[in-house]
Each structure stands twice: as structure tokens, then as C-alpha cells.
Design a protein around this ligand. Structure first.
Ligand SMILES: [Zn+2]
Length: 234
């Protein structure tokens, strides 16, 4: 795993000095997405940091690390610099952002894999840090859809990486949850395909319930398509 160390050049506020903290006080790693679509200008780590320091007037950018869609990991600030990303929990939280808007698109597989590797590399070096959570899991942030991919899946994948497994790129992709937009497209399809009056061999309603709950993965979508074809449903 390569880390691009840009700590000497990462954006900082012209005059405001960052708040420092003890590394021993870091208790959790918090994951974020950038909330800007991949490929758009401004969808990268430095651009977020510039926005935070120049527009928001923060002393430093919001995240210690950024994991870009092409897999490059950027390191912007020392661990003892408190970056603003989770309000009252900043002091105890190290922030990692993956540029992209995962409400509407999945992270790239290499981006997801590098994020796992980065967390796996960080954890043993932070003496009191044993939690890996998403922004939306920080107390007070349940309303935030960030990082918008499944943290349970991420933690399960992390466990496997910690045990020395290399995750197969295809597998990572198939385990990814569909975005909200994709889930709702599948819902309208399934509403038709689970209609027993229309089809003698309709698909099971359980797919529909899972789609409505936003729980379908890429693998599920492929299976649904396969089942529909097998049963001659159009
Ligand atoms: Zn966030």
C-alpha cells in the first residue's frame, strides 16, 4: 500500500492554527464520502480541503486522509491535528474521506480496497483506537447518509483483511450495495415481476422487501435478472 504524503502542501487556513490533540485520545476511525460526483471538478481530496479552509474558514481540511477513486491514498494532516468532520467527536476521531457521492454511485473497487488497507494499517498504530464507524453512526449524525455504503459489510471485509486475506476485486464489487437510486429502480421493476396475477411464475416478494429496505447488493441484482430470465418474465 502506497501513501502519498502531502502533509507539507495540504491546504491550511491563512491565519488560523489547527487544534492539536493527543494521539492516545483517538478512539475511532470515521469514514466519509465526499458528496460530490466522481469525475466532476472538485471531487478530490485537495479540493475538499481547499473548500474547507477557504470557504468554510476552517483551520485545516476535514479529513486526515483521502482515498481517491483511482486508489491513490493522500495523507494531508498529522494524526495529532484535529480535523473538523464529526462535531463534538472530532477530538477522538480520525477522518478518512473517499471522494464521490455514494448516494448515487458506488465507490470504485480499488478505492474501497485501499480504504480497507488504510484502516488495517492505521489501527495497530493508534494505541486506543478500536472502532471503525461511518459518519452516520457517530452519535447525533444518524440523519446523515454518509458514507452511504454498508459499514457492516466494510467491517466484515476489514476482518478478512486483518486475517491476511486478499479480497478479490470481483467479490468486493458484487458485495456492494446498490445505491438508493438503483434500489428504487429495482423496486419498480420488482413490483411488476412479483405480481402473481400477471405472471404464473412470479419472483418472490422477499426481493421486493429487501429492495424497499435498500438492502440489495450488486450480486442480488444479477440474481434477480437471472431469475426473471429463467422464468420468462419480461
Ligand atoms: Zn461525512
Amino acid at each position: 500500500m502506497n501513501i502519498l504524503d502531502i502533509r507539507s502542501s495540504a491546504p491550511r487556513h491563512r491565519t488560523k492554527l489547527p487544534t492539536l490533540r493527543a494521539i492516545s485520545g483517538i478512539r475511532q476511525i470515521v469514514l466519509h464520502h465526499g458528496m460530490t460526483r466522481r469525475g466532476l471538478g472538485g471531487t478530490n481530496y485537495e479540493a475538499y480541503c481547499r473548500f474547507h479552509t477557504q470557504t468554510n474558514n476552517w483551520s485545516v481540511g476535514g479529513y486526515t486522509y483521502g482515498v481517491e477513486p483511482d486508489g491513490v491514498i493522500k495523507w494531508g494532516y498529522d494524526w495529532n491535528i484535529q480535523t473538523p468532520h464529526v462535531g463534538n467527536s472530532n477530538r477522538h476521531s480520525l477522518g478518512i474521506v473517499s471522494p464521490g457521492d455514494f448516494r448515487f454511485e458506488e465507490p470504485t473497487t480499488v478505492q474501497y480496497q485501499r480504504a480497507l488497507e488504510l484502516v488495517n494499517w492505521l489501527l495497530p498504530q493508534l494505541p486506543n483506537c478500536d472502532k471503525v464507524i461511518g459518519h452516520q453512526e457517530v452519535p447525533g449524525y444518524a440523519w446523515k447518509n454518509c458514507p452511504a455504503f454498508s459499514m457492516n459489510q466494510f467491517r466484515a471485509d476489514l476482518q478478512r483483511v486483518q486475517q491476511g486475506e486478499t479480497l478479490d476485486e470481483e467479490e468486493v464489487y458484487f458485495n456492494m450495495k446498490l445505491t438508493k437510486v438503483e434500489q428504487s429502480a429495482v423496486v419498480s421493476m420488482l413490483e411488476l415481476w412479483t405480481d402473481e396475477k400477471r405472471y404464473s411464475n412470479a419472483l418472490q416478494k422477499s426481493w421486493l422487501n429487501r429492495a424497499k429496505a435498500g438492502e440489495l447488493t450488486v450480486r442480488d441484482a444479477v440474481r434477480i435478472q437471472y431469475e426473471a430470465q429463467r422464468r420468462g418474465i419480461r
